[in-house]
Design a protein around this ligand. Structure first.
Ligand code: ADP
Ligand code: MG
Length: 695
C-alpha cells in the first residue's frame, strides 16, 4: 500500500504544496499567517489566490467556493467558476486575492436569530487560512468564517476560532509561570470519533420517517437486537468493508486522517475515528467526513444514518470528542510529566478542566442539546444528561491525597507535595475505562462523550475552550507575582479539588442511583433540549463568553433563538411525518388486515370454530380504535402549536410537553399493531429487515 502516502492529501493545498507553488517570500508570509495569525496584504493574497487556482486547475477543478458552516449544522457552498470573459468571446481562468479573502453569499436564507436585519440581508464569508483549502468534486473549497455585516458570527467556525485564541492567551500566561518562556501559542487538539448506521438504500427509501426525519418513528423490536453482543468489533461484512475502503481513500485524498474503523455495539452500527489534529481543522474534517460518508454510502447502494437515535431500543450514535491542549513546542498539557515540576503543571491544567466543567456544567450540556440527542441523554443509555468527570481510580487517589495532605496510597512516607514529589505513572488503563461517563480523562486527553452523532463539534469545543480559558485566567491572576510560587500553587490545586470534587464520579453513569446521588451533589440534570438551552440565558454564561470575546450578549441570545427554533422545527416535522404515516399508511393497512381476518372468520365459522381469528380481530379492533384516537390527539397537538404566542421558549416547552408526548403514545400503539399484523400487510420494512439488511 505504498501509494497511500502519495495519495494522502493529494487534493489539499497543504503547506508542502504552498512551499512548492508559492514564491519564497510569499510562502514565508503565508506561514506567518498560518502559525502566528498575521494578516496578509491584498497583494500577497493575489499571489496566493493565483497559485491556488493554477494548482486546482491542474487537479481538474473548474469552480471555487467559500466553504462555511452556517448554524444549520451542515456546511454550505456556492460555486463560482474560474472563468472570466475576455475579448472575442473567449474566457480565461481567473481567481483574485479579493475573491479568496472575502465572499458575499446571500445570507438571507441562513438562520441568524435576528442578527441580520432583513433590510441588510447580506453577510460575508472571510477566509480562514488556518484550515487548508481542498478540492472536492471538481471545486476548490476555501474554508471560511461567516459573519453579518456588523461582524456578528452567523456560523459555527467564528466562535470556535475566537475560543481557541482565548484559550491560547490564558494557557500561555500559566506556562510562563512554570518557566516555559519559548511557548508563544497553545492550540487545542481534537479527535472526534464518529458513529453511524448503515442500511440498504432500498429499505431506507421505503420509509418516509427515515427520508424526512433521519430516524424511525415507528418500529417494533426485532427478534434479535444487540443482546448477543456479537457485532462490536466483529468482522466487517464485505459490502461494509468495500464502503469503508472507498470512504478512506476519499478522505485520505482530502487530508483527513481517517484511522480506525470498526463495528459498534448495535447491529448495523459502525464507527470511524480519525487521528487527532488541531481543533479548527478537526472540526472542518469532521464536517467533511459526515458529508463524504453519506455520499459514498449512496454510491454503494446504502443509506448512512447520522441521527442520534435512528432505531428505538438499539444503541444510539454519538460523537466522542477527544480533546487536549498542546503547545507550539509540542507538549501535550494533559500528559502527566516525568518530573515533579511537569507533574505540577499537569495537575494545574487538569484542575482547570475539572473546575471549568463543574462551574459551567449547564453550558456543556447546552452545547449538545438537540432534539435528536434527547433520545440518548437523559434516556438512561449512552451518557446521562448529568455532567460529571471520570478520572479513574488511580488519579482520584492522587487528588484525594493532595486534598487531605496525606501520603499517596501509603507508598510515600511523606505527604504529597506538589512540585516536590513525582507523581506515580498512571497506566493508560484500557480495561477500567468507564464508557458511561460523559467526560472522561483517558490518559492524556479528555473525551467528551455527549455530543450527538449528527452535530458539528464546533460548539462543544467552543464551550470547552472558553470555560477552560476562563479558569486559567483566574488561576493566572492568582499566581502571577506571588512570592512563594510552590505554596501558592499547592494551595490553589488543593482548594480546587475541595471545591469541585462533586463533579468527579468514577461509577456507572447509567445507573438510576447515580441520578439520585448527582442531585444530592447539586449537579444539574437537564434532560431535554428546551431545559438545557436555558443555560444560554444564564448570566454567568453570558458573562463568560463576553469576557473572552467569544460571543457578545446579542450573539448569545441569537444562538439561543436559533437552537430553540431548530428544536421546534425538528419536532414539528417529525410529528407531521408521524401523523401522515399513521393516517395514510398504517391505518389503512391495519384496517385491511382486520377486514381480512373478519372475512376469514366469517367464511370459516360455518364449518369450524375460529377462536384464534376472533381473538386477534378483537385485539386488532381495540388497538386500531385507540390508534385512530391517538392520531387525532397528535394532530390536535400539532395545530395547537400555532396558538402559542408567548415566545420561542414557551413554544419549545409546548412541543416537548404536548407534541412529543402525543408522539410517544401513538408510537406505542403503532408498534403493538405491527407486532400482530401479518407481514404482507405492514407498509414498511421491519426493524429486523433494516438492521440486518447489509450482507
Ligand atoms: P478509544 O477511545 O476508542 O479507545 P483512543 O483513546 O485510542 O480510542 O483514541 C480515540 C481518539 O482520541 C482518536 O481519534 C485519537 O486520535 C484521539 N486522541 C488521541 N490523543 C489525543 C490528543 N492528545 N488530543 C486529542 N485527541 C486525541
Ligand atoms: Mg472513545
Amino acid at each position: 500500500m505504498s501509494y497511500i502516502p502519495e495519495m494522502f492529501a493529494s487534493l489539499v493545498f497543504s503547506e508542502d504544496v504552498m512551499k512548492e507553488k508559492l514564491p519564497r517570500e510569499t510562502y514565508k508570509i503565508m506561514k506567518k499567517t498560518l502559525h502566528e495569525g498575521k494578516r496578509m496584504s491584498l497583494e500577497v493574497a493575489n499571489v496566493v489566490a493565483n497559485a491556488m487556482k493554477d494548482w486546482a486547475i491542474e487537479h481538474g477543478a473548474t469552480h471555487y467556493t467559500h466553504w462555511f458552516q452556517p448554524m444549520t449544522g451542515i456546511t454550505a457552498e456556492k460555486h463560482d467558476s474560474f472563468i472570466s470573459p475576455v475579448d472575442n468571446g473567449n474566457v480565461i481562468m481567473e481567481f483574485s486575492g479579493k475573491e479568496l479573502v472575502r465572499g458575499e453569499p446571500d445570507a438571507s436564507s441562513f438562520p441568524s436569530g435576528g442578527l441580520r436585519a432583513t433590510f441588510e440581508a447580506r453577510g460575508y464569508t472571510a477566509w480562514d487560512p488556518t484550515s487548508y483549502a481542498f478540492i472536492k468534486e471538481g471545486t476548490l473549497c476555501i474554508p471560511t468564517a461567516f459573519c453579518s455585516y456588523s461582524g456578528e458570527a452567523l456560523d459555527e467556525k467564528t466562535p470556535l476560532l475566537r475560543s481557541i485564541e482565548a484559550l491560547s492567551k490564558q494557557a500561555v500566561r500559566i506556562l510562563k509561570l512554570f518557566g516555559n518562556e519559548n511557548v508563544t501559542k497553545v492550540t487545542t487538539t481534537v479527535g472526534p470519533e464518529q458513529e453511524y448506521f448503515l442500511i440498504s438504500k432500498e429499505m431506507y427509501e421505503a420509509r418516509k420517517d427515515l427520508i424526512y426525519t433521519g430516524r424511525t418513528l415507528f418500529g417494533a423490536k426485532p427478534p434479535k437486537g444487540q443482546e448477543l453482543e456479537d457485532h462490536y468489533f466483529g468482522s466487517l461484512k464485505p459490502a461494509v468493508a468495500d464502503f469503508m475502503r472507498d470512504l478512506d481513500e476519499t478522505l485520505w485524498k482530502l487530508g483527513v486522517f481517517s484511522k480506525t474503523k470498526h463495528n459498534e455495539a448495535a447491529p448495523a452500527q459502525h464507527e470511524l475515528a480519525p487521528v487527532f489534529t488541531t481543533g479548527n481543522i478537526a472540526v472542518d474534517h469532521n464536517q467533511l467526513t459526515m458529508e463524504m460518508m453519506r455520499k459514498i454510502a449512496a454510491k454503494h447502494d446504502m443509506a448512512l444514518l447520522l441521527h442520534e437515535k435512528p432505531f428505538a431500543g438499539v444503541n444510539g450514535s454519538g460523537k466522542h470528542d477527544n480533546w487536549s491542549m498542546t503547545t507550539n513546542t509540542g507538549i501535550n498539557l494533559l500528559e502527566p510529566g516525568e518530573t515533579p515540576y511537569e507533574n505540577a503543571q499537569f495537575l494545574l491544567f487538569l484542575c482547570a478542566v475539572i473546575k471549568a466543567v463543574d462551574e459551567y456544567q449547564e453550558m456543556f450540556r447546552a452545547s449538545v442539546a438537540t432534539a435528536g440527542n434527547d433520545h440518548r441523554l437523559g434516556a438512561l443509555e449512552a451518557p446521562p444528561a448529568v455532567m460529571s468527570i471520570f478520572v479513574g481510580d488511580e488519579l482520584m487517589e492522587v487528588l484525594e491525597a493532595i486534598e487531605e495532605d496525606r501520603p499517596y496510597n501509603n507508598k510515600e512516607t511523606v505527604q504529597m507535595k506538589i512540585g516536590v514529589h513525582v507523581l506515580p505513572k498512571f497506566p493508560k488503563d484500557n480495561t477500567d475505562r468507564n464508557r458511561t461517563s460523559p467526560f472522561a480523562f483517558t490518559g492524556n486527553k479528555f473525551e467528551f462523550r455527549m455530543p450527538g452523532s449528527s452535530q458539528s463539534v464546533a460548539t462543544p469545543n467552543t464551550v470547552i475552550n472558553t470555560a477552560v480559558a476562563d479558569v486559567l485566567s483566574r488561576f493566572a491572576d492568582r499566581l502571577e507575582g506571588v512570592e512563594d510560587f510552590e505554596s501558592a500553587l499547592h494551595n490553589l490545586i488543593k482548594e480546587t479539588i475541595t471545591c469541585h470534587k462533586r463533579i468527579l464520579f468514577n461509577g456507572n453513569g447509567y445507573d438510576e442511583s447515580w441520578i439520585v446521588e448527582a442531585e444530592k451533589r447539586g449537579l444539574a440534570n437537564l434532560r431535554t433540549t428546551p431545559e438545557a438551552l436555558s443555560a444560554m440565558t444564564m448570566q454567568k454564561n453570558i458573562d463568560l463568553f463576553a469576557r473572552h470575546k467569544v460571543f457578545s450578549e446579542k450573539e448569545m441570545y441569537a444562538r439561543y433563538e436559533i437552537e430553540l427554533e431548530n428544536y421546534c422545527k425538528t419536532i414539528n416535522i417529525e410529528a407531521l411525518t408521524m401523523a401522515d404515516m399513521a393516517r395514510h399508511d398504517i391505518f389503512p393497512a391495519v384496517s385491511a388486515y382486520g377486514a381480512e381476518l373478519a372475512a376469514n372468520a366469517s367464511a370459516k365459522s360455518a364449518f369450524v370454530p375460529c377462536n384464534a381469528e376472533v381473538e386477534l380481530l378483537r385485539r386488532m379492533a381495540e388497538l386500531t380504535d385507540l390508534f385512530y384516537e391517538q392520531i387525532k390527539t397528535l394532530e390536535h397537538a400539532i395545530s395547537g402549536a400555532e396558538k402559542i404566542n408567548l415566545g420561542k421558549t414557551a413554544l419549545a416547552m409546548y412541543y416537548k410537553d404536548k407534541v412529543v408526548t402525543a408522539m410517544t403514545e401513538l408510537r406505542k400503539t403503532g408498534d403493538a399493531l405491527e407486532e400482530i399484523t401479518a407481514t404482507d400487510f405492514w407498509p414498511y420494512p421491519s426493524y429486523g429487515a433494516m438492521l440486518f439488511s447489509i450482507k
